[in-house]
Design a protein around this ligand. Structure first.
Ligand SMILES: [Zn+2]
Length: 74
């Protein structure tokens, strides 16, 4: 049954990709800090990795910036 094996592999790859995508968002715990708000956006800091982001739409960033270079200097 080669078709069954192909389906199984595809499902495993799909599960792996969705698991990784979910992990990226789950790691970040975004908190608002209104005292640091700027006209260009709302200030968010991640309680988990310490990443700082400014969101123009007022929503926390959808991804974790733990592995990304930190945006500092503002
Ligand atoms: Zn984070």
């Amino acid at each position: 049954m080669p078709l069954l094996i192909i389906v199984l592999i595809v499902v495993l790859i799909w599960m792996f990709l969705t698991f990784k995508a979910r992990q990226r968002t789950r790691d970040c715990r975004w908190r608002e800090n209104h005292s640091k708000d700027t006209p260009e956006g709302r200030y968010f800091i991640c309680m988990n990795c310490g990443a700082e982001q400014f969101a123009a739409d007022g929503m926390p960033p959808p991804i974790c910036y733990r592995d990304a270079p930190k945006t500092s200097g503002r």
